[in-house]
Ligand binder design. Structure first.
Ligand SMILES: [Zn+2]
Length: 305
């Protein structure tokens, strides 16, 4: 504890001497040596620089693993500053929980650090990179878009992989298609913490970019595995597990069952978007931004059932 306080003090002192220092992201230490920054519940804007997802890091004896890096190089730099405020140990790994821009574009601030991710991630990002970058340019400006880089995955995860931070092991698990086709969870064995990435949304409505049915299956598997706490991809830095997943399971179930009911009575997409899971409105932030897309995607997914 004392060492860390001293390190923070030293970082603050150094901060005065170093020009153009990015301001460290505020972090919560949700378990010993496990730090989380909560992103805003918002779309990416110039104001928030894409700081809209939870990001953080885990400190071992030998070094640090950063888990997700934020939605721009600037957020990544601020995350790096947050690491340096806590420890002078090197960043050994960047772990990306999945392909979405708000989780990967801060990778640009960690050049040369090996990236661990789902074995499908590199291909998934490459296929979408131009579109992701164009949208980033529209939201945050051309200079921000210029600064991001495609993801190269040096440590692909097919099933599971262990990262040793020195006396502290992280177990990375690749999942079948759920939120996306490249979701990865991280378990910190020392503190029994499950970092879910966007397999868990809390407060903010889930966004289905993979498979609603697949997500429900993966969620059941995860919920059957106890942990002291979870770190969701969006929401508070630490939530009770598996209790915090109940609302998301309820939402996804309502979408699937609602779409099935509409299709059974030969209703169309429009009717589905207007009626399915309507009572979930008011229970989630950004509902209007994502729910219609979720219903549309699920309608297409279930059409051939
Ligand atoms: Zn996501």
């Amino acid at each position: 504890m004392t060492g860390r306080v001293l390190a923070i003090g030293a970082a603050i002192l150094l901060g005065f001497a170093r020009p153009a220092l990015a301001e460290p992201l505020p972090m919560a230490e949700v378990a010993p040596g496990l730090f989380v920054h909560q992103g805003e519940h918002a779309e990416a804007t110039e104001g928030n620089q894409g700081d809209i997802a939870n990001v953080g890091f885990v400190v071992g004896e030998r070094g640090v693993a950063v888990i997700d890096t934020g939605g721009s190089a600037e957020v990544g730099r601020r995350l790096r500053e947050a690491v340096e405020a806590v420890t002078d140990k090197p960043v050994l790994y960047v772990v990306n929980t999945h392909m979405h821009p708000d989780h990967i574009f801060g990778n640009a601030a960690f050049p040369g650090v090996p990236v661990a991710a789902h074995a499908e991630l590199e291909r998934a990002v490459a296929a979408r990179f131009d579109g992701y970058r164009q949208r980033l340019g529209e939201e945050l400006g051309a200079a921000v878009a210029e600064a991001v880089v495609p993801v190269r995955v040096e440590l692909p995860v097919e099933t599971t992989r262990e990262l040793d931070l020195g006396g502290r092991r992280l177990i990375l698990t690749a999942h079948r298609t759920a939120h996306t086709n490249n979701d990865l969870t991280v378990r910190d064995l020392r503190t029994d913490t499950l970092w879910t990435g966007d397999l868990l949304f809390v407060e903010r409505v889930p966004a289905i970019d993979g498979s609603a049915l697949g997500w429900l299956r993966v969620l059941e598997e995860l919920m059957a595995q106890p942990a002291k706490r979870a770190v969701p991809g969006h929401g508070p830095p630490s939530v009770p597990w598996p209790d915090a997943a109940q609302a998301q399971r309820r939402y996804l179930t309502a979408v699937v069952e609602g779409v099935r009911a509409v299709q059974k009575r030969m209703g169309g997409m429009r009717e589905a978007v207007e009626t399915v899971a309507a009572d979930e409105k008011g229970r989630w932030l950004l509902f209007e931004d994502y729910h219609p897309r979720n219903v549309t995607a699920t309608f297409a997914e279930l059409e051939w059932e």
